[in-house]
Design a protein around this ligand. Structure first.
Ligand SMILES: N[C@@H](CCC(=O)N[C@@H](CS)C(=O)NCC(=O)O)C(=O)O
Length: 197
């Protein structure tokens, strides 16, 4: 299998963590990819020239959550979500965590534009959304022992990515449970191996 990634991408990191938690590192070749180059090999797998993208003998997949679900279904079992009672709360937490990531990634893209093309009002809107997302996710967040679910993985990756790109945001006092979850999960080998750079 080939997984198109880059070492900073938090969406790719979700998949890279699942690959490691599943013990699939030797079966998944990580292909470092410059998305803006729209390399034909990459675009053939992801028409949007985004990462992550997964090529397998059974087909190609875009979208980090779908890729994690496919890997867990075909190379698991892996407890991506709790069964029963906790399922919808976990999916809601995951959606909030993905929303935090989307806000942060949009801010990164905007700050990379030439200054004359940047929109301070959109940057402000995305930063406000990111802050509200962290506060909302903090209310649902808890630490569980054992292999982490996809909601917890995504939220911890979102917290680390926010600090990696925007160390000045100073959000931690508003989301202490997320800080504790992040500090707990970043000690796992799968997280250490994929720390953004
Ligand atoms: N919903 C997608 C989002 C993927 C995404 O936004 N990837 C970013 C990198 S973190 C990307 O490829 N950006 C380059 C671009 O959009 O051109 C997922 O979950 O995989």
């Amino acid at each position: 299998m080939r997984l198109f990634i880059n070492s900073g991408s938090p969406f790719a990191r979700k998949c890279r963590i699942i690959v490691r938690e599943l013990g699939l590192s030797t079966q998944v070749e990580e292909v470092p990819t410059m998305t803006l180059d729209s390399v034909p090999d990459h675009v053939a797998v992801n028409p949007f020239a985004q990462i992550p993208a997964l090529a397998t003998d059974e087909g190609t997949f875009v979208d980090s959550t779908l890729i994690c679900e496919w890997l867990a279904a075909h190379h698991g079992p892996y407890p991506l979500y709790p069964q029963g009672e906790g399922y919808w709360a976990a999916r809601q937490l995951e959606a909030l965590a993905d929303g935090i990531l989307e806000s942060a990634v949009k801010m990164v893209i905007e700050t990379r534009r030439p200054e004359s093309e940047r929109s301070p009002s959109w940057l402000k809107r995305w930063e406000e959304g990111l802050r509200r997302g962290l506060t909302a996710a903090d209310r649902l967040c808890a630490i569980a022992e054992g292999q982490p679910g996809l909601a917890e993985i995504t939220l911890a990756a979102a917290a680390t990515y926010t600090d990696f790109r925007f160390p000045h945001l100073d959000w931690q006092a508003d989301a202490p449970r997320i800080v504790a979850l992040r500090d707990h999960l970043e000690k796992r080998q799968s997280f250490i191996d994929t720390y953004p750079s």
